[in-house]
Design a protein around this ligand. Sequence first.
Ligand code: 13P
Length: 254
Amino acid sequence: MASPEKYLIAGNWKMNGTLASLSMIDELMKGVSSRDLQRQDIMLCPPFTLLSRLIDKTATLPFLIGAQDCHMQEKGAHTGDISAAMLRDLGTDAVIVGHSERRADHGETNEIVQAKAESAHAHDLTAIICIGETLDQREAGQTLAVVSDQLTGSMPALCTAANTVIAYEPVWAIGTGKVPSNDDIALVHQNLREILTSRLGEEGERIHLLYGGSVKGSNAADILSIEHVNGALVGGASLTAKDFLAIIKSVPEL
Ligand code: 13P
C-alpha cells in the first residue's frame, strides 16, 4: 500500500472513462520519473467497469489501483453493488468510501461509511474515507465541527496508516475551481491530525491526510506544502495524463 513516508496522489475518475481512456496510462508512464516516485505513490481510481483492465495493464507499473465505493457486506442480494471482497479478488489496493457525491446521491451516512471502511479493512483494502463541509456549513462557521463529526463517525475503531487514508474535500471546492485558503486547509488538517493522534496515538500521526477539491498543476505545490497535507485526491485533473502529470511534477521534496 501507499508508503506513509511519501505523498499520495490519487486520481478519482468518478463516472468517467471508457476502454479508450486506458491509453492515458502509456502517456502517464512516459512522464513519470524515478524522482517523482521517490516522493509519491500514485493511485488511479477508475469506475468499476475499467478496474480489471486497469489492474492488468498496470501489473508491472508503479501505480496503485483503487475503486470508488464498496458495499458493506461480503456478498448477497444487493443488485448492482460490489463488495470489498470482490475488489480484493481483482487485485484492487484501495477503495474510496463516503465521497460527498455518494453521501449526497445515495444518502450515505457516517454509519454506512464506517461499515464500508470496516469491510474494506476486513478484505485487506485501504479505505480512503472522505469528509468535507458544504458551503452553507462553512458560511455558518461549522466547518471544524462538521468534519470532526464526520471523521469520528466514519472511522472504524482500529485504523492504521496502512489501511486508512483520510481525504478532506470541501464540497463547495469540488469541480468548482474554488479552493480554501492555505490557512483554512491548514486549520482543518491540524484539527484532523489531533483527532487521529488522540484516538490512535503514534499511528494517527502516520495516517495520510489528503486534500481534495479543484487541485490542479497550478495550485498543487502550494497545497502540498501545507503542514499535515500528505497528498491529494484529484478529480477532473486526473482524467488526462497531461493534467495529472502537472500535479505529479509539483509534488515537493519530502
Ligand atoms: P475535482 O478535483 O474535480 O474538484 O474533484 C475532487 C474530488 O471530488 C476528488 O474525489
